[in-house]
Design a protein around this ligand. Structure first.
Ligand code: ATP
Ligand code: MG
Length: 334
């Protein structure tokens, strides 16, 4: 029997290069060999976007189109919408007894995200809600609602997976062996950096190259990317390892081109403007096939709706069975 994969994305914006290299390419590889549930995590997105429901709503479709455009096959992957599976919310309530507030506050991902919010929104970023602090618990419910054994994610998610494993162990030790402990799998590129040099490219961080950015936007973003600050003149020698332009060349350009770029940059034989122009070209070439697929789904919204409806129906059945099992273990199966 095939093992089960559960993974999710928050409908907070379109997919960017971080998603593609940090997670999406792994989904594509794994879709043939696993029973694959892919959650569009609208409930989780609302934890820090509760005052912007239109954004979340719009991005449910957007993100589904992005995922189809990068090559996920709806025959192999069950796309579903989190809010349509109330069983997940119910599991979250039960699991919330199994984790302390202090443990959630210590979760490194939650800590980083709170710090980022503070940077973006000033002191307002500090007023974290009960819902936001608890999202790792709801993520444990997402995974275990489907008996997810394998969870392909980017590196930023590892502490959340650890938190889920702790909840599973606690549940099993109190109520008897019921839940499976999931394992994370990382892509080759564990974490993609942002245009600003930030360790993480993030939808909500304003430093991302999105898969649906048009030529004009790509041009603007690439021209603004951070290069070696010590290089002032065209023929100054520079260090490509601290240059975001070279960093993205390595992601999207051909290996032989990159070797040349690296050598020339170190020798002072190439200017940053030329290097950026070449990156714009390579980036557009890389994105074009994705853009074409996106256009097809944009022109056929009924297909996207059907994919979500069918996947959600299957996911609901699976989660219902799982909730029954959990309630039985907890002796609340009246
Ligand atoms: P948000 O800022 O709203 O949290 P996000 O860009 O972090 O958005 P998510 O929907 O939270 O995106 O994450 C979806 C998946 O993509 C996760 O597995 C996450 O680890 C992965 N991911 C997101 N950004 C990156 C990145 N820069 N590098 C590698 N993986 C990433
Ligand atoms: Mg995130």
């Amino acid at each position: 029997m095939k093992k089960t994969i559960l993974t999710g994305l928050r409908p907070t914006g379109n997919l960017h290069l971080g998603h593609l290299f940090g997670a999406g390419q792994n989904y594509i590889k794994l879709q043939d060999d696993y029973n694959f549930y892919l959650e569009i995590a609208d409930v989780q997105a609302l934890t820090d976007n509760f005052n912007n429901p239109e954004k979340v709503r719009k991005n449910v479709t957007e993100i589904t189109i992005d995922l189809l455009s990068i090559g996920l096959d709806p025959e192999k992957v069950n796309f579903f919408i989190q809010s349509k599976i109330p069983e997940i919310a119910e599991l979250t309530v039960f699991y919330s007894n199994l984790v302390t507030v202090a443990r959630l506050e210590r979760n490194p991902t939650v800590k980083t995200e709170i710090a980022q919010k503070k940077e973006l929104f000033g002191n307002d970023g500090e007023s974290i809600t009960y819902g936001f602090l608890g999202y790792p618990v709801s993520q444990a419910a997402d995974i275990t609602a489907f008996d997810g054994e394998v969870v392909p994610v980017g590196e930023d998610q590892l502490p959340l997976l650890e938190q889920c494993r702790e909840i599973v162990r606690k549940f099993n030790s109190i109520y008897g062996e019921t839940l499976k402990e999931p394992k994370a799998i990382l892509s080759e590129t564990k974490r993609v950096k942002g245009l600003d040099g930030n360790e993480k490219m993030g939808k909500s961080l304003g430093n991302a190259i999105f898969l649906n950015d048009n030529d004009e936007t790509i041009k603007k973003k690439v021209m603004s990317a951070i290069t070696d600050p010590a290089k002032i003149k065209k023929d100054d020698k520079a260090n490509p390892d601290i240059c975001m332009v070279y960093y993205y060349h390595k992601l999207v350009n051909k290996k032989e081109n990159n070797e040349k770029i690296c050598t020339e940059c170190k020798k002072g034989a190439r200017g940053c403007v030329q290097c950026k122009k070449e990156l714009i070209e390579a980036m557009n070439e890389f994105l074009n096939p994705i853009r074409q697929k996106r256009k097809y789904y944009e022109d056929h919204p009924e297909i996207v709706k059907e994919i979500l409806d069918n996947g959600t129906k299957k996911a609901k059945q699976r989660a219902e069975e799982q909730l029954k099992k959990v309630k039985k273990s907890m002796k609340i199966d009246y």
